[in-house]
Design a protein around this ligand. Structure first.
Ligand SMILES: Cc1cc2nc3c(=O)[nH]c(=O)nc-3n(C[C@H](O)[C@H](O)[C@H](O)COP(=O)(O)OP(=O)(O)OC[C@H]3O[C@@H](n4cnc5c(N)ncnc54)[C@H](O)[C@@H]3O)c2cc1C
Length: 385
């Protein structure tokens, strides 16, 4: 049976100086964000803020020249954890910088890199992920949206038809990286899919926002009706979509975003518990802090392995699973300790933050792969299935 590899990791020299630089930037640019809005960091959409991060060189910072500064994954880790711990609005550039850019860098053509990566690194070009469909979520191999070869006005390409759903921020995005059926699935069901970069301004694309139970419209349904996509927008090779999607999902499974989604509430809990907390509050906060520190150490270890060129898919899935359990426990514990009633639109900062995290946290175990799917990945990685 394979074992987990979580070697302790030291941050590189210069990390403290970088952290101080990011904190000074946040003091200048994000100090006026209201506490409940800080809980929405991942979904806080602020184009100006993303552009400013791009100007500082903090987007695509690990990418090699000429697209980025070739800094280490651990330096990027420092930037991301500071942004999320401060509850900064990162949604505008989030998917593009975290998933789409690395995917294009690894599997894209030189032309795609040259035309698309500079906009992402500048915080000006936004992407969304087109994987899920009305009848395909965990079982991505069952997608039905399709691309068929075509030639339109002398240009070779593909005609796309179908529907994607739960597409985060498609309404603001310039491009979607869509997984589409281009051939038969084959015996292992993983063949016949291809990734395409789709310009969402193309004729035949309809983006319909879906309101979630909190009342926010982050999700969308995106319909493709005979949409022409040029050959130059195919990512990687025809039929290799499954392998690429698996790699893409691994980029997002173990970062600080997997245990900091409830951090604004944790900070509120500490504030409300005060300088002389009750025994119950002190022990609950101590426990949460111990879990948070352990998760951070494990997550940093995965980042160090990624930096060294390893593929720690098993460890990344484990961090996501434990991180989700931690994040989902925070509202319940905060509620028990403080006893205030959650109120999404009135009351104090604690009540509003509690109400938001309590409702949002049910989705934490779905996004990026459900708990059951993560545990399947872990069991397979350990050789148990
Ligand atoms: C906040 C958020 C943002 C999202 N953003 C995007 C996005 O931008 N783009 C995108 O494409 N998708 C997005 N999604 C969709 C997300 O990827 C899917 O919700 C997820 O993959 C699960 O698919 P599903 O909802 O169809 O549930 P299903 O796959 O139908 O699963 C339903 C339940 O069955 C369980 N289950 C399914 N298969 C198995 C199995 N083999 N073994 C054991 N249990 C199983 C699941 O764990 C789950 O509990 C987002 C979702 C959320 C919550």
């Amino acid at each position: 049976m394979q074992a987990f590899a979580f070697e302790p990791c030291e941050l590189p020299p210069g990390a403290d100086a970088l952290r101080a630089e990011v904190r000074a930037f946040l003091d200048a640019e994000a100090s006026d964000i209201l506490v409940p809005a800080r809980a929405r960091s991942w979904v806080g959409f602020d184009a100006d803020f993303s552009r400013k991060l791009g100007q500082r060189g903090w987007l695509g910072m690990t990418w090699p020249a000429p697209y980025g500064a070739g800094r280490s994954a651990l330096e990027r880790y420092v930037v991301i954890e500071e942004l999320l711990a401060a509850g900064a609005p990162v949604a505008a550039h989030w998917i593009a910088e975290r998933q789409s850019g690395p995917l294009i860098l690894r599997f894209g053509t030189d032309e795609q890199r040259e035309t698309l990566l500079p906009g992402i690194a500048a915080g000006e070009s936004y992407f969304c992920i087109g994987m899920s469909e009305p009848d395909s979520g965990s079982d991505l191999a069952s997608i039905r949206s399709k691309a068929e070869p075509a030639e339109v006005n002398g240009e070779k390409g593909w005609i796309v038809d179908g529907r994607k759903v739960w597409t985060t921020y498609a309404q603001h995005s310039h491009y979607m990286i869509a997984l589409l059926r281009t051939g038969e699935a084959g015996e292992n069901r993983h063949g016949g899919t291809t990734q395409f970069i789709i310009d969402l301004a193309s004729p035949g694309v309809t983006v319909q926002p879906i309101r979630n139970m909190i009342g926010d419209a982050e999700f969308n349904e995106v319909t493709f009706d005979d949409v022409f996509v040029p050959d130059t927008m195919l990512v990687g090779e025809e039929g290799t979509g499954w392998r690429q999607v698996t790699a893409e999902l691994a980029f997002e499974r173990s970062g600080p975003d997997r245990f900091l989604s409830a951090f604004a509430l944790l900070k509120e809990l500490v504030r409300v518990a005060g300088e002389a907390p009750t025994d119950m509050a002190a022990s609950a906060i101590g426990r949460l802090y111990a879990h948070l520190s352990t998760l951070r150490a494990m997550s940093l270890s995965v980042a160090a392995q990624l930096d060294a060129g390893a593929e720690p898919a098993l460890e990344a899935a484990f961090v996501k699973d434990l991180g989700v359990m931690f994040e989902q426990s925070v509202p319940e514990i905060a509620h028990q300790v403080i006893g205030a009633s959650p109120r999404i639109d009135h009351g104090g900062d604690f009540e509003k933050t509690l109400a938001y995290v309590q409702q949002a946290c049910v989705s934490f175990s779905l996004r990026g792969g459900t708990t059951e799917i993560m545990r399947g990945v872990i069991a397979r990685g350990l050789g148990l299935r």
